[in-house]
Design a protein around this ligand. Structure first.
Ligand SMILES: [Zn+2]
Length: 466
């Protein structure tokens, strides 16, 4: 049994103040800040985390910033341990962009602590990860509890699809060794009352659909009815991808067979969560969910594809809108994919579906921007299942639970391929209303402290199970 006091104290005295500093830095992922290198924000958060990490009283700890030419930096650490086996801890320091809709007294780069929640961009996704990882290891060592050798990969390209990570993984493989437990701290939790293990992640296929009908805009009174609307064409093209009535994605190649154990698990999780499955979303007015049944809603968000249109070009803001037949419409499409569908192949499916036989012969292009493959957890080893449940009962006073997540962590698919024998503890603090990527993102401080204690227990159990 791990005494959690040291972890909780370290969170209060060191980690929360560091995360407050971290939130102030607009360390946007390269995708959202192409000049990231010149701006230096990524560098600042790496330095902030490195300085703290290096000062941890952990025997044999080595902390290094690794830089491959032309790529975002990676913070790497190594802690020697018992036996031949290795634990890999993963997190990231780059952030999503600002997003609109923040409360007036807070903002993405303006940290506010209220009711035990630290508001601001990146605290929960995923700045806390390196602090939690090393705090867990420090607590084990302070009590003389054995752990295996641990390595940490804290990247700065995750929110851009981790395109720099494969190169780092390749360069570091000889140092990392063979991994048999992966601890990923970038995922979600169903509520704030127990340890949640993520059993699957969706993939992502994103790109820009552009429909062009004119060389320049013309008076809509003159042209409408003769020149087809680029917006209407785009709408029709989207109907090839999804059923506009119920949102079901149409191409069969974008669906996967849902494993039976995942269907059963969704039912169990829906029973634990009850209304939270729906009330976690800030629905406007009388808006209803796309499914009434909790289990179906969970399967929709974890094992079925779904389309979001996340950006648009070719439109003036409403205040500046003249009566013009616009020359083009561009839509940024973001399609979440079932865990077992290949992300890059999915972008090619989108391209062929959207570009085929363009209405009115318009110029239609789909340029893939990102393809990331999801992840389905291997069967959980008995020692890990026991360790998760024991940790959850000891720390939260309730049994652990498992569920799929609807987001994407591209690295998990890479790791699953590279270390097919590994076990995974993928978990995180992104629970109800924590709103990573949206406005008013918060870190539930008490939940994160306890999660750190759970991670320590699981790493101890891993060493004991050797
Ligand atoms: Zn993240």
């Amino acid at each position: 049994m791990i005494a959690s006091d040291r972890i909780y104290r370290q969170w209060d005295e060191e980690i929360v103040p560091r995360l407050v500093e971290y939130i102030r830095v607009p360390a946007k992922s390269p995708h959202f800040d192409p000049d990231w290198a010149a701006h230096g924000h990524i560098e600042r958060v790496v330095e902030l985390a490195r300085t703290w990490a290096q000062a941890q009283p952990i025997a044999g700890l080595q902390v290094e910033v690794i830089r491959l030419p032309g790529r975002t930096p990676l913070l790497y650490f190594e802690v020697p341990g018992k036996g031949e086996r290795n634990v890999l801890l993963y997190g990231h320091l780059d952030k999503q962009p600002e997003m609109i809709g923040w409360r007036a007294d807070a903002g993405p780069w303006t940290p506010v602590i209220e009711n035990g929640k630290l508001y601001g961009r990146g605290g929960a996704d995923d700045g806390y990860a390196i602090f939690a990882a090393l705090s867990a290891l420090g607590a084990l060592q302070a009590q003389g509890i054995a752990h295996a050798r641990c390595v940490g990969l804290i990247e700065t390209c995750e929110e851009s699809g981790s395109y720099d990570l494969p190169a780092y993984l390749e360069a570091l493989t000889p140092r990392i060794g063979n991994v048999d437990l992966v601890v990923g701290l970038d995922s979600g939790c169903g509520d704030y009352e127990r340890l949640w293990m993520t059993t699957s992640l969706r993939g992502l296929a994103a790109g820009t659909l552009r429909v062009e009908v004119l060389q320049e805009g013309v008076h809509s009174g003159d042209a409408s009815g003769v020149v087809p609307s680029s917006f209407r064409i785009a709408r029709k093209l989207l109907d090839r991808l999804e059923n506009p009535t119920d949102g079901r994605i149409l191409p069969a190649a974008l669906h996967a067979q849902i494993p039976r154990e995942r269907i059963e698990q969704a039912g169990v999780t829906a029973a634990i969560l009850g209304d939270i499955v729906f009330t976690k979303y800030p629905f406007a007015g009388e808006t209803r969910a796309m499914a009434d049944d909790g289990g179906e809603a969970l399967l929709n968000r974890t094992w079925r594809p779904a389309l979001s249109t996340i950006g648009a070009d070719g439109f003036p803001p409403i205040a500046d809108a003249g009566n013009v037949l616009r020359p083009s419409t561009s839509l940024m499409l973001s399609l979440r994919l079932p865990p077992t569908i290949d992300g890059n192949q999915a972008t090619q499916v989108m391209k062929s579906v959207l570009e085929a036989d363009p209405p009115y012969g318009a110029n239609v292009t789909f340029e893939p921007v990102q393809g990331a493959t999801g992840w389905n957890a291997p069967p959980t080893a008995p020692w890990l299942e026991q360790a998760l449940d024991a940790a959850s009962r000891a720390v939260y006073g309730k049994p652990s639970a498992a569920m799929g997540e609807g987001g994407t962590i591209p690295f998990m698919a890479m790791l699953g391929k590279q270390f097919p024998e590994a076990q995974f503890l993928i978990t995180g603090v992104l629970g109800p209303h924590s709103n990573a990527h949206g406005p008013n993102e918060f870190l539930h401080i008490d939940y994160a402290k306890r999660l750190t204690a759970c991670v320590a227990q699981v790493i101890a159990a891993h060493a004991a199970a050797a």
